[in-house]
Design a protein around this ligand. Structure first.
Ligand code: ZN
Length: 106
């Protein structure tokens, strides 16, 4: 794409440059979702992409005590210990169905 601008003088040229810069800056700001604040940002253990730990559906790794039921199966988690490990909901769903792609896992 080529844009030709005609400025009357140096001051006019500067004004045009500033206007174009503002338009470009605005266009860049509209691209993609807003950045995630650092304290809420984590990498998904499955796909490696950033996720927002405040978002509904995001999964956090948890360890704890599970009471065995008669005939197998667990019964909730007592004394759950949450760790700083995170994953997207869809990535956990995929992994639990056996379609894990962990090539980007650290
Ligand atoms: Zn993911």
């Amino acid at each position: 794409m080529r844009i030709t601008l005609r400025a009357k003088d140096a001051g006019d040229a500067q004004r045009i440059v500033n206007e174009v810069a503002q338009i470009l800056e605005g266009a860049q700001k509209m691209e993609g979702p807003p950045p995630i604040p650092t304290r809420f940002k984590a990498a998904c253990e499955f796909c490696g992409y950033d996720l927002d730990t405040r978002k509904e559906g995001v999964h956090q790794w948890t360890a704890g005590w599970v009471m065995q039921r008669e005939g197998g199966g667990g019964h909730g988690i007592s004394l759950a210990k949450r760790e700083n490990r995170w994953a997207h909901r869809h990535c956990v769903d995929r992994a639990s169905r056996g379609f894990a792609h962990q090539e980007r896992m650290f």
